[in-house]
Ligand binder design. Structure first.
Ligand code: SAH
Ligand code: SF4
Ligand code: F3S
Length: 485
């Protein structure tokens, strides 16, 4: 799919906080009722909206891209930064007028904000009828039907087992070429700044066979790329005996355990013509085995999203990332050693975390220089209620300082992106065409293995084709190429 937020290679301070969204498209199978979904936040949320659409479809709803036509409006929300929540609140207030003229309209808040605020959302946002957390989507048809009878409802039960493995997602976010496959849910890390463990619950991995089946079905339908999704894909772990009910301990028979490297290999074997990507890798967990598996299969893309958050070891410790600068740099060296200089590496970074000094901020800049990220998603710290950092530390860096530091890293990243892109000029690369370029119908855009956007002239190519191109020029955000074959 189009990477909604992540399409923006270098994001400004404001954009980074803006939290883009995407809506459902029209699907008309003649069903009586219409559902409109707007999704915010990370790829997991966009992927979840596809599960929600599938559950609702089985209960008599078509999707619509026009909220004026909708009987039910869902906002699938994000809590990661304060701004993300404010965006949703603003959007809800815009729906107030519609609801006034159409009182039978059902409005639901789904996702991470629903999970974080629970009943409070019903009190604070009077127009909301249902509040449903990420593990309770199977209950949506029931809650919507109750709401139609005038009974508001909340279900924010967090499960240790739910993976929606049996649900065939309605591909709302797809360009017909690439699709998301969620391979796990939740997160057991406790990064001190992060709200995700509270909104998404315990980590659990999905049955690998259902993942492979979904990849195969997508390929059979003409899809050419899948992205395996999880907050920390490297801790994927599944064992048939345990049926994944409990986390496994050291005594486990390793031969029966499927780890992320195995899963990656299983998906890569669906077809050499199906590209495989994944996100997100955690620096503490990414193994050499995963890197070797990437090396072994040409169709596993040569790109790793490896968020560092900070380049300073004291700050990393306060963030509870459980690695330090040296560990991170060792992992990057290993990536370069096994996968070569051309492997794309991107990062997430937070400026102005509690007590971060100017020198510590400089450490982030020097680390960026060493790693030479292809691109990064950059944010200033936003304190989230209930997180470890909110309880233990003071959010003491003034907003102007956070923003100035953010600008420093944005500028650094822009230089690095250009430097990295220049290295591609003159090279021959395979790209997968995703559609028309944003600027001209005569040009197409595709992605190379390292996840960079390449613009080429249309020629005889169409969406979903692979093409060999020679890279001729670049900007910090885009490559330009000539089609060879
Ligand atoms: N699981 C992923 C991150 C998911 S959240 C990982 O561990 O890398 C996406 C990004 O949002 C994070 O990497 C972090 O850079 C940013 N983020 C999370 N909480 C934040 C906060 N409180 N303030 C600012 N940025 C935050
Ligand atoms: Fe949040 Fe850390 Fe989990 Fe990522 S790994 S989702 S940053 S707690
Ligand atoms: Fe946001 Fe929830 Fe994703 S907080 S980033 S939508 S997991």
């Amino acid at each position: 799919m189009e990477n909604i937020i992540k399409d923006i290679d270098i994001i400004s301070a404001e954009e980074a906080q803006a939290c883009d969204y995407k809506t459902t498209e029209d699907e008309n199978t003649g069903k009586a009722k219409k559902l409109y979904i707007e999704s915010y936040g990370c790829q997991m949320n966009f992927s979840d909206s596809e599960i929600v659409a599938s559950i609702m479809k089985d209960n008599g709803f078509d999707t619509t891209s026009d909220f004026q036509q909708a009987d039910v409006i869902f906002l699938n929300t994000c809590s990661i930064r304060e701004k993300a929540e404010l965006t949703v609140r603003k959007r809800l207030s815009q729906f107030n007028n519609i609801k006034k003229n159409k009182p039978e309209l059902t409005i639901g808040v789904l996702g991470c904000m629903a999970e974080r605020l629970k009943e409070k959302l019903l009190e604070e946002e009077k127009l909301v009828d249902v509040v449903v957390g990420p593990d309770a989507y199977r209950d949506l048809p029931n809650l919507v039907s109750e709401a139609e009878d005038g009974n508001k409802g909340v279900n924010t039960f967090l499960s240790r087992e739910e993976t929606y493995a049996d649900i065939s997602p309605v591909r709302l976010n797809s360009n017909g070429v690439s699709a998301f496959i969620s391979i796990m849910r939740g997160c057991d890390n406790m990064c001190s700044f992060c709200v995700v463990p509270f909104t998404r619950g315990r980590e659990r991995s999905r049955d690998p066979h259902s993942v492979v089946r979904e990849a195969q079905e997508l390929f059979d339908k003409g899809f050419k790329e899948v992205t395996l999704l999880g907050q920390n894909v490297d801790s994927y772990k599944w064992s048939p005996e345990e049926n994944n009910k409990a986390r496994l301990n050291k005594k486990d028979d390793v031969s029966t355990i499927i780890n992320f490297a195995h899963l990656l290999e299983m998906v890569a074997q669906v077809s050499p013509k199906l590209r495989v990507r994944f996100s997100t890798s955690h620096p503490k967990d990414i193994t050499d085995e995963v890197l070797h598996t990437m090396k072994k299969y040409d169709n596993i893309c040569n790109y790793i999203h490896l968020p560092v958050q900070s380049g300073n070891s004291r700050v990393l410790e306060m963030m509870n990332r459980t690695y330090d600068r040296a560990w991170y740099l060792e992992r990057v060296s290993k990536i370069r050693e096994i996968l070569g200089e051309e492997c794309g590496i991107s990062s997430d970074m937070i400026t102005g975390f509690c007590s971060e000094t100017e020198e510590e901020h400089q450490d982030t800049l020097t680390l960026m220089d060493i790693v030479k990220y292809d691109f990064s998603y950059m944010f200033y710290y936003s304190e989230r209620p209930g997180t470890l950092a909110a309880k233990k530390y003071v959010d003491d860096i003034p907003l102007e300082v956070k923003k100035r530091r953010l600008n420093d890293i944005i500028q650094k990243q822009s230089q690095l992106s250009e430097e990295r892109n220049k290295l591609d000029v003159g090279k021959i690369q395979e790209i997968l065409i995703e559609g028309a370029s944003k600027r001209s119908e005569e040009q197409l855009r595709g992605r190379n293995s390292a996840n960079k956007m390449v613009i080429v002239n249309k020629g005889n190519l169409k969406k979903g084709d692979y093409a060999l191109v020679k890279i001729t020029d670049c900007t910090p955000a885009t490559l330009f190429g000539e089609v060879i074959s």
